[in-house]
Design a binder for this molecule. Structure first.
Ligand code: SAH
Length: 246
């Protein structure tokens, strides 16, 4: 007799990252998957819907950020914001893995936040706040500005614009991790000036060596070493339209 194992691809991939997912966590990923494909029929949330592909390209990929976070101090409750989270990536997989974090999911499109509320409710996550709005505005809200130990963002904007949108959320001493795909040397070079102006320091570009993720995925890791000047980020749309480039 065989026992049905949910999310086997994810479980096996996570193991290679040194992560042991419990049956309860795998069950949460299973629920997240089902809700994602169900809602995706009514709204455009993802182009990836195949069971195994979602496990690898969305869930496992999201969990790779764990390889670049700072070691936690004892008793520290990590505060995290996921900027442009869309359907909850990478924030929701990360908090399934680390239920003790305090997480804000920021998304500009109100429609998508309806899905987020639904999923967070279904998964019984009471450590997650969902914020509708643009990073350009939310980053000037004192509730969020320079308040996070960890800022995450996946597939939102080219790096020069992205650091303007994200580094203002990051507390001095905190860290920003951008999830990127493909050849990004040039993009990183072009973002050097923006990183510097926004109070960051490039720590490393870490490539993800997992056979499941073969399309050159990497993490751009930036430490926040100084406060960001008050005038950043500029008005909505400006960081993308007129990026600070070196
Ligand atoms: N991070 C998700 C979604 C990527 S799509 C994933 O990896 O699957 C990019 C998302 O960022 C979209 O949902 C878009 O609405 C949101 N977004 C783009 N610019 C934004 C901004 N300035 N502030 C907040 N959200 C933004």
């Amino acid at each position: 007799m065989s026992i049905l194992v949910h999310m086997k691809k994810l479980r096996d991939g996570a193991q290679k990252l040194g992560l042991h997912l419990t049956p309860e966590q795998l069950e949460q990923f299973e629920i997240y998957y089902r809700e994602l494909v169900d809602w995706n029929e009514r709204m455009n949330l993802t182009s990836v819907t195949d069971y195994e592909e979602v496990q690898v390209k969305h869930f496992l990929d999201s969990l790779t950020v764990i390889t670049a976070i700072k070691p936690l101090n004892k008793g520290q409750r990590l505060s995290v914001i996921d900027v442009g989270t869309g359907a909850g990536l990478p924030g929701i997989p990360l908090t399934i893995l680390l239920p003790d974090i305090k997480l804000v999911l920021l998304e500009a499109t109100a429609r998508k936040t309806k899905f987020l509320h639904h999923v967070v409710d279904r998964l019984g996550l009471d450590n997650v706040e969902i914020a509708v709005g643009r990073a350009e505005e939310a980053a000037h809200d004192l509730k969020y500005r320079e308040k996070f130990d960890l800022v995450l963002s996946r597939a939102v904007a080219p790096l020069p614009a992205l650091v303007e949108l994200t580094l203002p959320f990051c507390a001095v001493g905190g860290r920003f991790i951008a999830q990127k795909k493909g050849n990004i040397e040039r993009e990183v070079e072009r973002s050097q000036k923006a990183i510097d102006i926004l109070g960051g320091s490039l720590r490393e570009v870490k490539s993800i060596e997992l056979e499941e993720l073969y399309d050159k995925r990497c993490l751009v890791v930036i430490d926040k070493i100084r406060p960001a000047p008050a005038e950043y980020p500029r008005r909505p749309g400006i960081p993308a339209k007129r990026p600070i480039v070196s």
